[in-house]
Design a protein around this ligand. Structure first.
Ligand code: G16
Length: 548
């Protein structure tokens, strides 16, 4: 395509998606995320970038998801998905940020510069899959995305309302047809089909109860489970709450993030003592479990718990298959509860890697293992299997001794049930339920595997969150000066204390995490560290902490 035909890039921008704000916007932890009314030009420009990316990848399909995931309804966002269903390659984040921030007048020339910089062959075909969450601002933004794709003569395909992980899955399938069929139905067929096949092999027994309550966060995940529910043949008795009706607001006082951070149950869910509840987030990429006991006390089963549950079961399958030469490891972030890390190292005897927040970091670290299990404590995670691991397990399922064959054929279904492209609340739900069923476990025994250290998370408003710089997988703060020394002094006053701060990549806040040996001590330490952030990092307002 000669540069002259890029006039249309400017024409679309000026006529339909003008840049109407000078607020600098940055590609963060999970793409661009801010108030929805600031995003239309950004999403249009990401449509352009998706086409360029597709051409750099020889015409392979790229994904664009319109979502602000766990954020509240007024926010929205956009992120790009690479051809293997992974998050956009990190080196392109800076390019995305540049394109999002130039003026409309400079858009055409910047687009030409980027095409040259990345050496895109603009004569190639380009394909972009577009999905969106349930926010009322999403359809308008999805249309802007499609216009961006069309402006550079790419082919958009709109998936309508899907979970974020469904779109990742479809992108992967479109580029690798061995992985599955690139449609929502193809997703159900593979993932839900594998769950039903596992259920056939594992009859319900012991303390496992197939009744599961689900908090859908008033978003897309619950809606999709409502579709899936009809095809489960009673293997899972789903009771769905917070499906978006009855005035329920997206992620407001409900959903995985609310439950994890506030450590309290969501509104809108009927509670029965000891009944397992799974809480999803707004776009269905995170899941945490919990139950209330007979004194109404909250018992959280977060991403760390799901990771350890899956890891212990996979380790058992590997042993029965006699395939322990496949190496397995767990990837966590600094948010992982210290007790979970200790349990993994001492009890499961598995290696742990700690990386920065953001699924993209965990995913890449997990690929270093034959079987890499990665989870953020907030419930965002999955399992990835190397080609060697898959081949080995399939071979044992066909040629092994009877016991080995049995375990390996369960494992094959377990792999099929996993959305390996990204953390996926629905796939994780089926994985966790399968393990609980295989182990005949009720939630209290799952929770008894180890005792969490009391922890507290807070968020602090500051003038410019980018003042916070960190190192050592975000466990040490290098800027502003003096903050880490202050944190060290505060931590030293508490038995088993641990704390860190980091700038959020999805909200305009600094996050604070603290752990100690009692809930009171963890709360106190978190409040003290928040005060230090307020004092040393330019806190705004009178209070150092924002309400959740
Ligand atoms: C996104 C990322 C997660 C990250 C979370 C919070 O989740 O995908 O990896 O943990 O944001 O990030 P931060 O603390 O930087 O705001 P989601 O579910 O909102 O897409």
């Amino acid at each position: 395509m000669p540069p002259s035909s890029l006039r249309v890039v400017y024409a679309f921008a000026r006529e339909m998606h003008p840049k109407n704000s000078d607020v600098f916007i940055q590609y963060g932890t999970a793409g661009f995320r801010t108030k929805a009314n600031l995003l239309e030009h950004v999403v249009y420009r990401m449509g352009l970038l998706a086409v360029i990316r597709s051409r750099v990848k020889n015409g392979r399909t790229i994904g664009m998801m319109i979502t602000a995931s766990h954020n509240l309804e007024p926010d929205n966002g956009v992120k790009l998905i690479d051809p293997d269903g992974e998050m956009l390659e990190e080196s392109w984040e800076e390019i995305a940020t540049r394109l999002a921030n130039v003026s409309d007048n400079d858009l055409e020339s910047t687009t030409v510069e980027i095409i040259k910089q990345v050496n895109a062959d603009m004569s190639l075909k380009a394909s972009v899959f577009i999905g969106m969450d349930t926010r009322y601002t999403s359809p308008r933004l999805a249309a802007a995305a499609a216009n961006g794709v069309i402006a550079l003569k790419g082919t958009p395909k709109e998936f309508g309302i899907v979970t974020t992980p469904m779109l990742h899955f479809c992108v992967k399938c479109r580029n690798d047809n061995k992985y599955g069929t690139p449609t929502e139905e193809g997703y159900y067929e593979k993932i839900v089909g594998a769950f039903k096949a596992i259920c056939q092999k594992l009859p319900v027994s012991g303390d496992y109860n197939p009744t599961l309550y689900v908090d859908g966060a008033n978003g897309v995940g619950g809606k999709k489970l409502n579709i899936i529910k009809k095809s489960l043949d009673g293997e899972l008795d789903l009771h769905l709450f917070n499906l978006g009706g009855n005035g329920g607001k997206l992620n407001l006082n409900c959903g995985a993030d609310f439950v994890k951070v506030s450590q309290s149950p969501p509104v809108g869910v009927e509670h029965v003592p000891f009944q397992r509840v799974a809480s999803l987030d707004g776009d269905g990429d995170r899941i945490v479990y919990y139950y209330l006991d007979d004194e109404n006390k909250m018992n959280l089963l977060d991403g760390d718990r799901i990771a350890t549950l899956l890891a212990s079961y996979i380790a058992e399958l590997l042993k029965t298959c006699d395939a322990t030469d496949l190496n397995m490891g767990i990837v966590q972030t600094a948010y992982a509860n210290g007790a979970s890390t200790q349990y993994i190292i001492e009890q499961l005897k598995l290696p742990v890697t700690c990386v920065k927040t953001g699924v993209k970091h965990l995913h890449h670290a997990a690929l270093a293992y034959d079987i890499g299990i990665y989870f953020e404590a907030n419930g965002h995670g999955t399992v990835v299997y190397s080609e060697t691991a898959k081949k080995t397990i399939r071979k044992i399922a066909e040629e092994g001794e009877p016991e080995q064959r049995k375990a390996a054929s369960l494992f094959v279904k377990f792999i099929d049930m996993t959305n390996e492209t990204v953390g996926d609340a629905l796939s994780d739900l089926f994985l966790a339920e399968s393990v609980l069923r295989a182990r005949a476990l009720a939630a209290p025994r799952w929770r008894a595997l180890y005792a969490d250290r009391p922890a507290r998370q807070l968020k602090c408003p500051v003038q410019d969150r980018n003042i916070i710089k960190t190192t050592d997988a975000e466990r040490k703060c290098t800027s502003p000066e003096g903050l880490q020394t202050r944190i060290d002094e505060l931590v030293a006053r508490h038995t088993n204390g641990r704390a860190f701060v980091r700038a959020s990549g999805t909200e305009d806040v600094v996050r604070v995490y603290a752990e100690a040996d009692t809930t009171q001590a963890a709360d106190k330490l978190a409040a003290e560290v928040a005060q230090a952030v307020h004092d040393l990092a330019g806190g705004v307002g009178d209070r150092p902490v924002l309400p959740e």
